[in-house]
Design a protein around this ligand. Structure first.
Ligand code: PLP
Length: 376
């Protein structure tokens, strides 16, 4: 391979960036991104232009890719999400937002006259997706914990019951990690005798580990979902943003289009598709297995419970939703938010106890937080 050499100042800039990334990664509690991965066995693949363009389940003329691994990743989550055995399909996306775009796209093709319902705690990317797809939507109130207000949902659908219902359910909202109950939503649709409906579950963070919880939250295909999107770089962990979307194959068949140039089916949102991301996810799923993923979730939940107790002990009214790894509390001083990269909305901040977060790190955070609060 031709060698690429950098001039000294450019090499220095790169080193400086590396140091900065390392420091920022250490003090990172505010976003749902795992940092405890080691994919160094995959380094040789950086030498190759992996591209899974087209449909993962249809071979392409372009053969430098990781389709087999991608299919494994999709089948792993289809199984975890209890998708109907002979009626599932999916692909590795560039993230949760693309998975949501795909779910809404399928829903629109099925029900072009459908009305989209989603709660006010929904991720900001959903409104943009609806705008891109030119779909009308109605925002539903949330309960104080961030879960959708089922009464408001039922009343709003009742007023529009002549329209097909396209429901975007949050399986873990961005700020408080509240889960909308898909079975309960399905019950509302049945109650109102809505015949045409589609439920897409946005499981960006919590969708990846909800299947390991007991009792199991109502979020998947068996509970009534028609498609589910998750982010790969959040709970599982990956150096490149990625995600997985799983949908019913019969629905995907309705939008499939064969394209001669790639020798595959054009069933995905983008043309060229990242062939490295499926490798990271495959590696994580194969090395962790169900038991490893479940243990990661257990660790995160234990650290989150610990964080709530310790914050409460220090007089901070922190709380979390049941079986959530996100701990919510009133906005701390700006210096703390900057150091720990804490997002803030409506006067609240959160830390997210991802699998790499330890009790020691929580103690560290609380120590700087309490001293900053005394200083104010
Ligand atoms: C992070 C997140 C998204 C977006 O996922 P990306 O992988 O960042 O595109 C969507 N919905 C929720 C609830 C999220 O937390």
């Amino acid at each position: 391979m031709k060698e690429h050499r950098l001039a000294a100042p450019d090499a220095a800039a790169l080193n400086e960036l590396l140091a900065q990334v390392q420091t920022c990664t250490r003090d990172f509690l505010g976003y749902p991104v795992s940092k405890d991965f080691d994919y160094s066995s995959l380094l040789p693949f950086l030498q190759y232009p992996l591209n899974n363009l087209g449909d993962p389940f249809v071979p392409s003329t372009y053969a430098v890719g990781s389709r087999e691994m991608e299919k494994y990743v999709v089948s792993f989550f289809a199984d975890l999400f209890r998708a109907p055995e002979d009626d599932w399909w999916g692909y590795v996306t560039n993230g949760g937002s693309e998975g949501n775009l795909y779910g809404l796209y399928l829903a629109r093709e099925l029900y072009p006259k459908g009305m989209v319902y989603y709660s006010e705690a929904t991720h900001y990317s959903v409104q943009k997706n609806l705008h891109l797809l030119n779909m009308p939507g109605i925002i539903i109130r949330t309960l104080p914990n961030g879960e959708i207000d089922y009464d408001d949902l039922e009343n709003t659908i009742r007023m529009n019951r002549h329209l097909p219902v396209i429901m975007l359910a949050n399986i873990g909202t961005t700020m408080t990690e509240a889960r909308d109950d898909v079975r309960r939503i399905k019950g509302i649709l049945k109650n109102l005798a809505i015949k045409h409906h589609y439920i897409h579950a946005d499981g960006a963070l919590s969708g990846s580990y909800s299947a390991f919880l007991e009792p199991r939250p109502a979020f998947d295909f068996a509970d009534g979902a028609d498609s589910i999107a998750i982010s790969g770089h959040k709970f599982v962990g990956a150096p490149i943003p990625c995600g997985v979307v799983v949908a019913r194959k019969s629905n995907r068949d309705r939008i499939a289009r064969s394209v001669a140039y790639i020798g595959s089916m054009d069933t995905t949102i983008t043309g060229s598709r990242n062939g490295h991301s499926p490798l990271f996810l495959w590696y994580a799923l194969k090395s962790l297995g169900h038991a490893g993923l479940k243990a990661r979730a257990g660790h995160s939940l234990a650290v989150a419970a610990y964080a709530v107790t310790r914050l409460n002990d220090n007089g901070i009214p922190a709380w979390r939703n049941p079986d959530a790894i996100t701990v919510v509390f009133p906005d701390p001083p700006a210096s703390i938010r900057r150091k720990w990269q804490l997002a803030s909305e409506n006067g609240c901040s959160h830390i997210i106890c991802m699998p790499n977060v330890s009790k020691e790190q929580v103690d560290d955070f609380i120590a700087t937080l309490t001293s900053a609060m005394v200083a104010v």
